[in-house]
Design a protein around this ligand. Structure first.
Ligand SMILES: [Zn+2]
Length: 292
């Protein structure tokens, strides 16, 4: 493995981006009707153990990642968040309460953003400058969120998923990192990776697509990005590598999406991380001299 050779490591520039959305299995948007926020404390939590398994996997490949972390998780598991930072990964915000931006007023969005940033900064002692919206929910219609992110001290967002999909698809977004000008200053955008088939784009970034679609799609997205000289942004949730998690009584489509392929996610991630070099957004920006 070239990545384990220190001399090689000093001269290579990691090309791709890996990210983890740090939330527990009962906090996903698809469960919000059967597991509302008021009930979260009743569920047996598994986010600490599952996130540590991902830390081990990343260490095995000498890879770094950005951990978009819920403020709720950081409040309850500060030692986990400190261990993420100590391992050389970037801690960023995934909001405090995991409410989709499309369900919030600008004022409520700002308040949630401030609360998540404050707890993550208190726990890590580091500035938090990256954001990913719950369920990629900065979509056409809520562009006001970009300016608020800049005003609250964020330099980048990673919520654009340039695919056609009800709920969070943003098919008009560019596939590669770009800069969004706002009246308060620029915001860098790191879209989720896609694979192209003619004029069609398929999600190749990870998550449920990594568990349920052929792995070739993910590797294709990474190869295509490399051919464009761009980083592929991949992602996973800690609960996606946990076949033992308690089952919630959701509708059949949600159950298919949430519970399929849980046992395959870890070996597929292992293969992905072996196939290319991955790093965090923070380290990518430093090594590629991206201005803040
Ligand atoms: Zn999430």
């Amino acid at each position: 493995m070239a990545g384990r050779n220190p001399a090689y490591r000093m001269t290579t520039r990691p090309q791709h981006l890996f990210s983890v959305d740090v939330e527990d299995y009962f906090q996903v948007s698809a469960f919000e009707a059967i597991a509302p926020i008021a009930t979260w404390d009743r569920f047996p939590t598994r986010v600490d153990t599952n996130t540590r398994r991902l830390l081990d996997l990343l260490a095995k490949h000498d890879a770094r990642a950005t951990f978009f972390t819920l403020g709720w998780v950081a409040e309850r598991f500060p030692e986990l968040v400190r261990d993420i930072a100590r391992a050389g990964h970037e801690v960023a915000s995934h909001s405090f309460w995991h409410r989709r931006v499309t369900t919030l007023t600008p004022e409520a969005f700002r308040e949630d953003l401030r609360r998540s940033k404050a707890v993550l900064e208190a726990v890590t002692g580091e500035a938090i400058t990256g954001y990913r919206a719950p369920s990629f929910s900065i979509v056409p219609g809520v562009e006001w969120a970009w300016e608020i992110l800049v005003e609250e001290g964020f330099t980048y967002d990673s919520s654009a998923f340039p695919i056609v999909r009800p709920g969070y698809g943003n098919p008009g977004a560019p596939r590669d990192p770009y800069v969004i000008p706002t009246p308060s200053g620029p915001l860098h955008q790191y879209p989720l990776a896609t694979a192209s088939f003619g004029s069609m784009r398929l999600p190749g970034a990870g998550g449920g697509y990594l568990r349920m679609l052929p792995p070739a799609l993910l590797h294709r997205a990474v190869r295509e990005a490399a051919a464009r000289g761009a980083p592929a942004m991949c992602y996973i949730h800690p609960w996606e590598i946990d076949p033992e998690q308690p089952r919630l009584a959701a509708g059949w489509l949600t159950r298919v999406r949430h519970y399929s392929g849980l046992a395959t996610a870890l070996p597929r991630l292992d293969a992905l991380l072996a196939s290319a070099a991955f790093t965090s957004v923070r380290d990518y920006r430093t090594s590629h001299a991206v201005a803040a």
